[in-house]
Design a protein. Structure first.
Length: 112
């Protein structure tokens, strides 16, 4: 990963977190959505956004809802980052399952 794409990834993560929190309070009431990691491609045209969703009965449905509002989220991100970045990357949202994986490992270890 180049230095420029790392800087853009960090900037997108920093600026996207409050936007996503604000939008998700409206579209997913009672659920907590956090941005864990952002990976921008070398051409800065695409950003993979890894999110964690807490207090959700169906995480896939919540992720679909976030993805449905992708255009609105990207427009708000463009308003925040527009002065610093020439091109706002497309956002692809992915569910980060590391917490679920860690809980599963802990339960296996507790059963030993």
């Amino acid at each position: 990963m180049s230095i420029r794409s790392e800087k853009i990834s960090r900037a997108v993560q920093r600026d996207l977190s409050p936007i996503l929190s604000r939008v998700c309070q409206r579209i997913l009431p009672g659920e907590l959505v956090t941005v864990l990691e952002v990976k921008a491609t070398a051409d800065l045209g695409l950003a993979k956004v890894y999110v964690s969703i807490l207090n959700s009965k169906d995480k896939d449905k919540s992720l679909y809802t976030i993805d449905f509002h992708n255009k609105e989220i990207r427009q708000e991100l463009a308003q925040v980052m527009g002065k610093r970045v020439r091109k706002i990357p497309e956002l692809n949202f992915y569910l980060d399952t590391t917490m679920d994986h860690a809980e599963r490992i802990n339960s296996i270890l507790d059963n030993l």
